[in-house]
Design a protein around this ligand. Structure first.
Ligand code: X6L
Ligand code: MG
Ligand code: MG
Length: 160
């Protein structure tokens, strides 16, 4: 069994329903146990594409699946929830990112773990710090890395 952490996001459609549906689909998968779910956060869009605000959350899994299988599972659930890849970094109904897979370091086609940008993104760090403040990433605890990023515009919406 491996502990994995996923980042979830949505800024199109019924955003909260998308995130709930994603968690249900993950939890219903053989070999996957959802062990922690963060609160839901509304976050300003980050990146070069102007778009609407996101709802973001993070979850922890205990899984017998490989990192590649977790990635593929997330991509399949995204497609099942209307994800279209029209514009790179553009708006999406559902985004499921593999952030961490145990203490594995992986650099393969389409699969980089730990997620290379997670330590710069408050929309990942805030929900992740809620479920795993002591978790070590990029040489520091999530809570310590979070202390160095701007979180003013991130608002807790409620439980997921
Ligand atoms: C220069 C170039 C500066 C690219 C930033 C940042 C690209 C973030 C992609 C970037 C750059 C991303 C979410 C989001 C996106 C999300 C919020 C991405 C992918 N996903 N904003 N923007 N939540 N709040 O889940 O993260 S696009
Ligand atoms: Mg993402
Ligand atoms: Mg993604």
């Amino acid at each position: 069994m491996t502990d994995a952490y996923l980042g979830l996001g949505s800024n199109l459609g019924d955003r909260e329903a998308m995130l709930r549906a994603a968690i249900s689909a993950l939890a219903a998968t053989p070999g996957v146990r959802v062990t922690a779910v963060s609160s839901l956060y509304e976050t300003p869009p980050w990146g070069p594409v102007p778009q609407g605000p996101y709802l973001n959350a993070c979850i922890a899994l205990d899984t017998t699946l490989s990192a590649r299988d977790v990635l593929d599972l997330g991509l399949r659930i995204e497609r099942d929830h209307g994800r279209e890849r029209a514009i790179r970094w553009g708006p999406r109904t559902l985004d499921i990112d593999l952030l961490l897979y145990g203490d594995a370091t992986i650099d393969e086609e389409g699969l980089i773990v730990p997620h290379p940008r997670m330590t710069e993104r408050a929309f990942v760090l805030v929900p992740l710090a809620e479920i795993a403040p002591e978790l070590n990433v990029a040489g520091g605890a999530v809570r310590d890395i979070l202390a160095g990023v701007e979180t003013d515009e991130i608002r807790k919406v409620g439980p997921l």
